[in-house]
Ligand binder design. Structure first.
Ligand code: NCD
Ligand code: ZN
Length: 378
């Protein structure tokens, strides 16, 4: 494949840990890690400490982000039974609502029908609802999408029966979409014995049949590749009660390019999964004059040594991959080149822009024409 020029990648599922978990990751380190990996827009999850459940917290977090981000960042609002009255007011500051139907890291959880229905009634119709739903919770999410006739996006789908249920729902024309993580595509439960707590995340790693089912649906049912970058420190992961979650921003593109190299998907599909569909599903603005130059034939082993994520480790250490990001251009400016970060903190934009960020609105108004020059081949 030699050199490739890709559009800026979009990761719709990242944990940046602000506020309250800045020792694991912050807006500067997380967006630097993303940028060096060809990702120019990310959507950050609300299971922070405290979680993003009120407009005040969302505004405060956007303020911190505005000073630190190297790429474009949107925040999810988090659904919680205690803060239902704040839901609608969060929407202007959020790209989407996240509802956690199953247990994972952090306190956010909604597992009763009245609260779920209230979320669907109160969250503005024009904005997406994303769900952490495992097992039969996927059926609950599909039922709500059908009953309320509004799109639902399923995060990190990992099991055969889940992807098959989503395929069936799509077959009936229901407005559902889903993402899959690279770790659920490239690791199985058999890797847990070697990885120990570094192989623990939610959903947990699945069996070989599940992984095969995901790959079998890569060209139709799966809409996005999302990292679920969930950094925790090594000390936390090696503690008596390790939190679930693994980092993934910096391994995502090389793993997916390796799959292209192996003939498991083609490069056009990779762009659908990592750029076009994420943008369409979350209704994100185009980034004009933005591109990622990749040496697609560079082969190497993933190593923790060169990571920019604050947590400093990866479950993929030692994995042989293809594809290295050489250069990233964001809105016409070279922001990363040959290992050097050339952007300044705060040069990324917040998504969506709000009337409070009037300066941003003006800038976006000036150059919102999308570039048609981006090409995928050499
Ligand atoms: C995530 C985290 O650490 O915030 N952990 C995980 O195992 N995926 C939470 C989540 O996305 O479920
Ligand atoms: Zn997550």
């Amino acid at each position: 494949m030699a050199d490739l020029i890709l559009p800026g990648l979009v990761d719709v599922h990242t944990h940046l840990r602000v506020p309250g978990g800045e020792h694991k990751e912050d807006f500067a380190t997380g967006t630097a890690a993303a940028l060096a990996s060809g990702i120019t827009a990310i959507l950050a999850m609300p299971n922070t400490s405290p979680p993003l459940t009120t407009p005040q917290r969302m505004q405060e977090t956007r303020k911190v982000a505005a000073e630190q981000i190297y790429i474009d960042v949107g925040l999810f609002a988090g659904a919680s039974p205690e803060y239902l009255d704040d839901l609608a007011a969060c929407a202007p500051y959020a790209v989407a609502l996240k509802i956690y139907l199953n247990d994972t890291f952090g306190p956010l959880r909604v597992d009763d029908l009245p609260t779920l229905e209230a979320c669907f009634q109160r969250w503005p119709a024009g904005k997406l609802i994303a769900m952490h739903a495992e097992g039969q919770s996927v059926a609950v999410g599909i039922g709500l999408a059908a009953a309320y006739d509004r799109p639902v996006h399923f995060c990190h789908i990992s099991r055969r029966e889940e992807i098959e249920l989503i395929a069936a729902a799509k077959g009936r024309g229901l407005p559902v979409t889903c993402e899959v993580t690279p770790h659920h595509l490239f690791l199985t439960e058999d890797d847990v014995s070697q990885l120990g707590p570094l192989g623990d995340m939610r959903p947990t790693l699945a069996n070989k049949q599940d992984v095969e089912a995901l790959w079998a649906h890569i060209d139709d049912t799966i809409d996005c590749i999302a990292t679920d970058h969930a950094p925790h420190t090594l000390a936390e992961k090696n503690s008596a009660k390790p939190p679930p979650g693994v980092p993934g921003l910096e391994s995502s593109l090389p793993l997916m390019l390796t799959a292209v190299h192996q003939g498991r998907l083609d490069i056009e599909r990779l762009v659908d999964l990592m750029v076009t569909n994420p943008r369409d599903i979350f209704d994100l603005p185009d980034q004009s004059d933005t591109m990622v130059e990749v040496d697609a034939d560079a082969s190497y082993r993933i190593s923790a040594d060169i990571l920019r994520t604050k947590c400093g480790w990866t479950p993929f250490a030692g994995q042989a991959v293809y594809g290295r990001v050489k250069r990233v251009i964001l809105r016409g400016i070279v922001v990363y080149e040959e290992g050097q970060l050339l952007a300044s903190p705060g040069s990324g934009r917040l998504l969506p822009p709000t009337s409070n960020d009037s300066q941003q609105l003006m800038i976006i108004g000036n150059d919102s024409k999308s570039s048609e020059e981006t090409s995928y081949g050499t």
